[in-house]
Design a protein around this ligand. Structure first.
Ligand code: C2E
Ligand code: CA
Ligand code: CA
Ligand code: CA
Length: 279
């Protein structure tokens, strides 16, 4: 047993050490990136699915690494969440998105909604409501312009204190949206306890519309039940006209996706808003 223990040790330790070191290294580089201003936001347009009009955008973070170029959030958000770095990073994202939205207002652009992803760690901060209020105050953004995107798992199973927390956030005048709807275990019946405004149908369900009759039925059911609860429905990951048309026909309210545009750097979004850019 001793020998096999030693063999196991010899076999596993190097790779675990390498992984741990890579994590430490990435964590250190993330911290450094935050102090060096290496993060930036891209903005993906959100449209009214019935009229095609622009209604807002979602802010999505990217890491502009001097060596590797733009790095997708899928590669660093999980570690940022694990280490707690998501708290200062998420706060930077919120401030940056609000001040960009204020700048667009100041430039005479239409009042669009600005959606920002909030992570579980941020929501768990005891002073999260005061922090959001302070950023609105600091940037001068009207509260109704801001929409926070939460996921089901962040509010599920946390009982009455989350209901109160969300009510306090709503009392600031902002809107709340449930991201990736359908991927968790909650039901709309459960969600009705929470003061939310919108649900986003996860792109996993949108992907095979209109060819997969199960996904078609799921989308139809989500839209019907959401409307029954007076919630708006945003579809994400819409890539084809067939997807958009199917969702529009079944009463979906809004969409975002590559069909209309990828997430854009601020300058490109500004050119688009001022009518001088492509798209
Ligand atoms: P998410 O919030 O579900 O964001 C939607 C993702 O789908 C974005 O990926 C977006 O670029 C991508 N997308 C948009 N339209 C399409 C489409 O038509 N087809 C396909 N295949 N994909 C589309 P992105 O920007 O790589 O972000 C990935 C995830 O990282 C986000 O998923 C979100 O969970 C997280 N994330 C991004 N920015 C932030 C942030 O500032 N804070 C936090 N906490 N999480 C963030
Ligand atoms: Ca989102
Ligand atoms: Ca999503
Ligand atoms: Ca998703």
């Amino acid at each position: 047993a001793k020998e096999s223990g030693r063999n196991t040790y010899a076999f596993y330790t190097p790779s675990l050490t390498v992984i741990a070191n890579e994590k430490l290294d990435l964590e250190a580089r993330l911290r450094h990136a935050l102090t060096q201003g290496e993060f930036l936001l891209h903005y993906q347009p959100q449209l009214d699915i019935q009229s095609g009009g622009l209604i807002g955008c979602e802010a999505l973070v990217r890491w502009n690494n001097p060596q590797q170029g733009l790095i997708s959030p899928a590669r660093f958000i999980p570690l940022a969440e694990e280490t707690g770095l998501i708290v200062p990073l998420g706060e930077w994202v919120l401030r940056q998105a609000c001040s960009q939205a204020r700048a667009w207002l100041d430039a005479g652009m239409p009042n669009l909604s600005m959606a920002v992803n909030l992570s579980a760690r941020q929501l768990q901060q005891p002073d999260i409501v005061a922090r959001v209020a302070a950023i609105l105050e600091e940037t001068g953004l009207p509260a109704e312009t801001l929409k926070l995107e939460l996921t089901e798992s962040m509010i599920m199973g946390h009982g009455e204190e989350v209901v109160v927390l969300l009510q306090d956030l709503k009392a600031l005048g902002i809107r709340l949206s449930i991201d990736d709807f359908g991927t968790g275990y909650s039901s709309l019946a459960y969600l009705k306890r929470f003061p939310i405004d919108e649900i986003k149908i996860d792109q996993g369900f949108v992907h095979d519309i209109p060819n997969d009759s199960n996904d078609n039925q799921i989308a139809i059911a989500i839209i019907g039940m959401a409307h029954g609860l007076s919630l708006k429905v945003m579809a994400e990951g819409v890539e084809t006209e067939a997807q958009r048309d199917f969702l529009a026909q079944h009463g979906c309210d809004a969409f975002q996706g590559y069909l209309f545009s990828r997430p854009l750097p601020a300058e490109e979004f500004t050119r688009f808003l001022s009518g001088t850019g492509p798209l």
